[in-house]
Design a binder for this molecule. Structure first.
Ligand SMILES: Cc1ncc(COP(=O)(O)O)c(C=O)c1O
Length: 391
């Protein structure tokens, strides 16, 4: 380890918040971020509250918690306070938002991308049973999506443009500005899956003019499973009436009104049923640390470390499957190597955390808590295993 490099990296002060880093090389934050030490205490507090306060817990914090954690999240992408609703995962968050759209001809098209996450592609496919016509924009060479192809696919028949901001396989960053501008001009909504972006790539939803955005907490936000979220711009929220809804979306859920639904004026209009409190209590710890680290500092470090990994990959003769241009590169480096699955399993057995995806190879992600020497070490280990596989 180079001690001067450590001194110059204030983000490493947050390392002590992640006990598992003492015994693992953590390069899996694109799929499961390290657990903050505060999660143990947060879950203990949750259980204590349930046991001791019982039903009073709702009034004493649980009911307000989704709004509070939603506001923490909104701060990470410049969303307005009160603009974020919490769900179990991204798929449900998007399903709720899209259920507010009437896919009725002549405006019944949903424009999506071939490199979007499969779960969302399945959801969009399901919407064809509700009248949606899918326009799936193909990728070009090496799975690259091109903004010009997407812009060209949007017209007055488009109801919604639903796309990933950062592609899960290649880690390509899509420039959302021209897409959002074209969607607005055509009268279509935008629904952005920002799961691979928020927590590592800066995004300002107000500056770009995004209508709806979904994300989750498992990855870059170090928040664990069960905490998906949906941002809806206050420009469009009052006009949206989700068909996938529930009693918690009512302006007064505890009136137990049998209908017709009178929706809450704020983000609660997008809620469904009882919120998943323990998941949000855990996730809050991750959001707080990411906010403390600061997105621009995280991005700067991510570009430095992923840049170094690409340099090492070139030296070691590995093909790089993720973009090389900094502005096009998310937080993950993809190594398109032979036998990626076997190398991945061998490394997992050594407490090196990473993953692989069919068709692209190994995915490795440094994060704000990664030391420079760990980058050198993980690349050395990949090479050692590859050599072993080959011999
Ligand atoms: C870009 C992207 N979207 C969505 C998902 C999955 O969303 P969820 O399981 O929260 O529905 C993933 C990965 O798990 C992803 O990388």
């Amino acid at each position: 380890m180079n001690p001067t490099a450590v001194q110059r990296d204030p983000l490493l002060e947050l390392r002590e918040e992640f006990p598992s880093l003492e015994h693992t090389l953590h390069f899996a934050s694109h799929t499961l971020g390290a657990m903050p030490r505060g999660v143990d205490e947060a879950l203990r507090r949750y259980a204590h509250t349930w046991r001791v306060r019982g039903i009073r817990a709702w009034e004493e914090g649980w009911f307000a918690m989704p709004t509070e954690v939603g506001n923490l999240l909104a701060g990470l992408f410049n969303g307005e306070p009160g603009s974020v609703a919490m769900f179990e995962n991204v798929t449900i968050a998007e399903a709720v938002g899209l259920s507010a759209i009437d896919f009725r001809a002549p405006r019944n098209r949903l424009v999506c991308g071939a490199e979007d996450f499969p779960s969302l592609l399945y959801l969009y496919e399901g919407l064809t049973r509700r009248g949606a016509e899918l326009v799936r924009v193909p990728s070009r060479q090496d799975r690259r999506m091109d903004e010009r192809d997407i812009v060209a696919a949007i017209d007055e028949r488009t109801a919604v443009v639903a796309l990933s901001h950062v592609m899960f396989r290649s880690s390509q960053v899509l420039d959302l500005a021209p897409i959002a501008a074209r969607a607005r001009q055509a009268g279509a909504l935008t629904m952005i899956d920002a799961y691979q972006a928020i927590g590592t790539v800066p995004l300002d939803v107000r500056a770009v003019g995004i209508d709806l955005l979904a994300g989750g907490s498992v990855k870059w936000l170090c928040g664990g499973p069960g905490a998906g979220y949906l941002y809806v711009s206050p420009r469009v929220a009052p006009k949206l009436e989700p068909a996938l809804t529930g009693w918690m979306a009512h302006e007064n859920p505890f009136a137990f009104d049998s209908g017709p639904t009178r929706r809450d004026a704020g983000a609660r209009r997008f809620w469904t049923g009882t919120p998943g409190i323990p998941a949000f209590a855990a996730a809050r710890e991750g959001y707080a640390i990411v906010a403390r680290a600061g997105i621009s500092a995280i991005r700067e470090k991510s570009l430095r470390l992923t840049g170094r990994m690409i340099e090492l990959a070139d030296e070691m003769g590995f093909k790089v499957g993720s973009p090389r241009e900094p502005e096009r590169r998310g937080g993950t480096v993809v190594l398109d190597i032979p036998d990626a699955e076997r190398v991945c399993h061998a490394l997992l057995a050594e407490d090196v955390l990473l993953d692989f995806r069919p068709g692209v190879g190994l995915r490795l992600a440094p994060h704000f808590y990664t030391r420079d020497d760990e980058v050198e070490e993980v690349m050395r280990r990949v090479r050692a295993h590859l050599n072993r596989e080959a011999s």
